[in-house]
Ligand binder design. Structure first.
Ligand SMILES: [Zn+2]
Length: 85
């Protein structure tokens, strides 16, 4: 889950829906998902509650990606690199 203490990569499969909403509420993102206005960091497609793939948190920033394999692996690489734009 953690890498070098820099990032928290949260795999959505490991998070209960209620917890996920709580986490996203903290970043003001739940509403964006409800409105279909939260875009995947990598493929720029709108993310819904059903296809959210992972959260990459580096306070105060949060990166959200969809559940496409390519996007999740991009998030993993980003975490390993310690790179956030
Ligand atoms: Zn994506």
């Amino acid at each position: 889950m953690k890498s070098r203490g820099q990032f928290d990569l949260i795999n959505i499969n490991a998070v209960h829906d209620k917890d996920l909403r709580t986490i996203l509420d903290k970043f003001g993102l739940s509403e964006k998902i409800d409105n279909n206005s939260l875009l995947c960091e990598f493929c720029y497609q709108p993310i819904s509650w059903n296809d959210i793939g992972a959260l990459l948190i580096k306070k105060p920033r949060i990166i959200v990606c969809c559940n496409l394999v390519d996007c999740i692996s991009s998030a993993s690489y980003m975490m390993k690199d310690g790179r956030v734009t």
